[in-house]
Design a protein around this ligand. Structure first.
Ligand code: PLP
Length: 410
């Protein structure tokens, strides 16, 4: 057992019961729980330092601005950004990807250009590109997923061809846990002059991420999946890419001057942050980054690899159970999707909840093209984080045996 189990004490919600059983929370890929350090930081900010940012020439507004901009600097450091000005605060990964799709895509894509995605993308990294393709006449092309659950690179050069302007790829699948070879895909994209957008919603919370190593032009992630509050996320963009991108929304805060008929924009990143931003949420995100920093992202990754290995070993002992994802721990994270005979995923989730207090996700996981590739309409998914213990995996396994009994499989 990894030495991170003691962290559970920091998460008040993990102490509660469900149906009279201790809660076993295995849905961190959907959203993580929050440590008391983050909850307290948000409450403390509201109680002592809250005001709008970048506006008032008074102490409180200065303090709030310092806290808000401090969170931006922490987010920048977390992904190895060259400067805090390369971080745009958004409401989450979805908003961050839409910001690029519309802000960069509408200006730079023409009819006949190519947007390359992979079949394993979350809907957040498919639908915005479909919308922008529809508006610009660009076409979508997909890298397939192989039987090993990895991106199939055999037709890489045919798919990422001279027409390609954008390659948008997930750094970790929220369904199979697969970590695609982003650095290699980025190199192929850059070789034809394409821009690389990385959906890091499942990567930044779980392992060290460095934008330079990945070779990304844009990186998107959400605060709520990494111990932070909802309503805050980040778009990292290389400085020159952000400069050549148009703002998606107009309003206060994002201008340097406004006339009756035209306006000029504030410097990046502010030109992308119209209106009052999610101030307290940013402060909470900063506290979450401090927390993860203290644990160390290498330790987070080690813990999750150990827990995932334990889970895969235990799940392999259950008859009729199929895990849909790589077995090699080096290329996967802690999202483990599975099916159990022909028991519907929703029935599995309900039994686990009611009989064992285990919370998992069931459904298509906002990745319908990947589910179709897997030949599934739904799957159950257990997903892990810093606070997950082997004992919780044992509860999951016990619940799955109960499900087999209830459905007459044993
Ligand atoms: N991309 C991936 C891989 C995800 O797992 C998720 C959320 O589950 C998203 C994008 C969307 O994140 P959000 O709903 O926080 O915008």
């Amino acid at each position: 057992m990894s030495d991170l189990a003691h962290l559970r004490r920091d998460f008040p919600l993990l102490g509660r019961a469900v149906h009279g059983k201790p809660l076993v929370y295995l849905d961190s890929a959907a959203s993580s729980q929050k440590p008391v350090q983050v909850i307290d930081a948000v409450a403390e900010f509201y109680a002592t330092s809250y005001a709008n940012v970048h506006r008032g020439a008074y102490t409180l507004s200065d303090e709030a601005t310092t806290a808000y901009e401090g969170a931006r600097a922490k987010a920048a450091a977390m992904v190895g950004a060259a400067s805090p000005t390369e971080i745009v605060f958004t409401s989450g990964t979805t908003a961050a990807i839409n910001t690029v799709a519309y802000g960069w895509g509408l200006d730079h894509l023409r009819a006949g250009d190519r947007i390359v995605l992979t079949v394993m993308e979350h809907h957040s990294n498919i639908v915005p590109w479909q919308l922008v393709a529809g508006r610009t006449g660009a076409e979508l092309a997909y890298l397939r997923v192989g039987a090993d659950h990895q991106v199939d690179l055999t037709d890489l050069e045919e798919v990422i061809d001279e027409r390609t302007r954008i390659v948008a790829v997930s750094a970790m699948s929220n369904v199979t846990g697969t970590m695609p070879p982003v650095t290699q895909l980025a190199a192929a994209a850059h070789a034809v002059g394409a821009v690389v957008v990385v959906d890091a919603a499942q990567a930044v919370p779980h392992l060290p991420v460095d934008v330079a190593t990945l070779g990304a032009d844009f990186l998107a992630w959400s605060g709520h999946k990494m111990l932070g509050p909802t309503g805050i996320g980040c778009l990292w963009g290389r400085a020159d890419r952000l400069e050549e991108m148009s703002p998606l929304q107009g309003g206060g805060e994002m201008i340097s001057d406004v006339g009756l008929y035209e306006s000029r924009w504030a410097p990046v990143p502010h030109k992308f942050e119209a209106g009052t931003p999610p101030i307290a949420q940013a402060v909470g995100l900063g506290a979450a980054i401090d927390y993860l920093d203290k644990v160390g992202m290498d330790a987070v990754r080690r813990h999750e690899t150990a827990i995932t290995g334990y889970a895969l070993d235990r799940l392999a002992t259950i008859p009729d159970l199929t895990v849909h994802g790589p077995t090699d721990l080096a290329v996967r994270g802690g999202a483990v999707s599975f099916t159990l005979g022909d028991i519907h995923a929703h029935d599995i989730a309900t039994i686990l909840d009611e009989e064992n207090g285990v919370a998992i996700r069931a459904g298509h996981h906002c990745a319908k093209p990947l589910m179709r590739h897997l030949g599934l309409t739904s799957a159950a998914r257990a997903s892990f984080y810093v606070y997950t213990t082997e004992d919780e995996i044992d509860q999951l396994v016990a619940g799955l045996h109960t499900a087999r009994r209830i459905f007459g499989l044993s």
